[in-house]
Each structure stands twice: as C-alpha cells, then as structure tokens.
Design a protein around this ligand. Structure first.
Ligand SMILES: [Zn+2]
Length: 181
C-alpha cells in the first residue's frame, strides 16, 4: 500500500481502553479492520478522565447507520457544522499549530473552541485506514456543550435510533449515545 501524506500510525489515545491495543474488528459486524485499506471510524466518550464508551465501526456500517437517520436530522447537523466552523480553516490551523499530533487536534472543541481540559464531558472522533489514522478531515473533539446543541437538532425518531444502537453496543443505558457524525 502506498503511504498517503495524511496517514500516521494510530495514536494511543485511539487504542481500545479495554485491550490497550488498536481496535481489531468492527463492533457492529465483526469485520477485520486491519485488512489493507479498510476504512473505519472510532468514537470515544469521556467524563473527566474516565472512558464512558468506545467503539470502532467500519465504513459500511457507518453508511448504513447514517441511512437510518432522517434526512431532516442530517441536514440540520450539516447546517450546524457549516454555521459554526470552517473545516478548511480549522484543519489548516491544526496543521500549523500541531502538525500531525492527534493530541493537539483534540485539545479544543471543534465547534466551541473551548479547551477540552476545562470540559466535563467530551467525545472524540477519528477516521482510520487499517493501521493508520487519516488526518484529512478528522480527528476532532466535541465538548458537552456542542453535543447538547446537536442532540437538540435531532428528531425523536433519530434520537431513539441512536439510543437503541448505543444500548445494543454497550448493553446498558448510559444516558449517552453514539453520534456517527
Ligand atoms: Zn461493520
């Protein structure tokens, strides 16, 4: 496989808290994520230093999940990001300030700009391709304030779907849900 410019080894903060190693399989369908060119997403939720949940999801499952979310909710989410952040500028600033250090990219909320250290709850997202993290759009962090804004945009049906999937994945009602944005 050709090395891509924006690819770097998976940073430890995206390792599975449970195993202390990189995620090996999709938490939904069990697909091997270490296969050459396999695209996947990792989301983790933290409260202070505690990991509330974590999962890896292959791109196919992610697309399927996104298909379940109403068009209206997806449009509102896209609008929210468009209104609050210029992803191109944000990415340029991250590269200038932090290079390819995921910790730097995740040090502030993408939307609110608040320091994650001063945030009670936050979630981090990253895009990965087999053994690498891809810096072409992710990774980013969202503070509890941004998550709250987003949740308020979702329809009851979408929220119900995300709650059900979260409960299925983690087996208990955390009062927190996956977002797959
Ligand atoms: Zn999958």
């Amino acid at each position: 496989m050709e090395p891509f410019e924006d690819f770097c080894p998976i940073p430890e903060m995206f390792y599975s808290f449970e195993t202390g190693e990189p995620f090996q399989t999709c938490n939904l369908c069990g697909k091997d994520l270490m296969e050459d060119r396999e695209n996947y997403l990792i989301e983790k939720a933290f409260k202070k230093d505690e990991t509330l949940f974590e999962y890896a999801m292959c791109w196919e499952c992610r697309e399927k999940m996104r298909g379940e979310i109403s068009q209206q909710s997806m449009r509102l989410i896209d609008n929210y990001f468009d209104e609050h952040v210029s992803l191109i500028d944000w990415r340029k600033n991250c590269l200038e300030s932090h290079g390819y250090s995921a910790e730097g990219w995740l040090s502030h909320c993408l939307v609110k700009g608040t320091s994650i250290d001063e945030t009670e709850d936050y979630q981090i997202f990253g895009h990965f391709v087999d053994h690498n993290i891809d810096f072409s759009g992710f990774p980013y962090a969202l503070s509890d304030a941004a998550m709250e804004d987003l949740v308020n945009l979702l329809s009851d049906k979408t929220l119900g779907f995300l709650n059900d999937t979260s409960n299925k994945l983690f087996g208990l009602d955390l009062g927190r849900r996956i977002t797959i944005f």
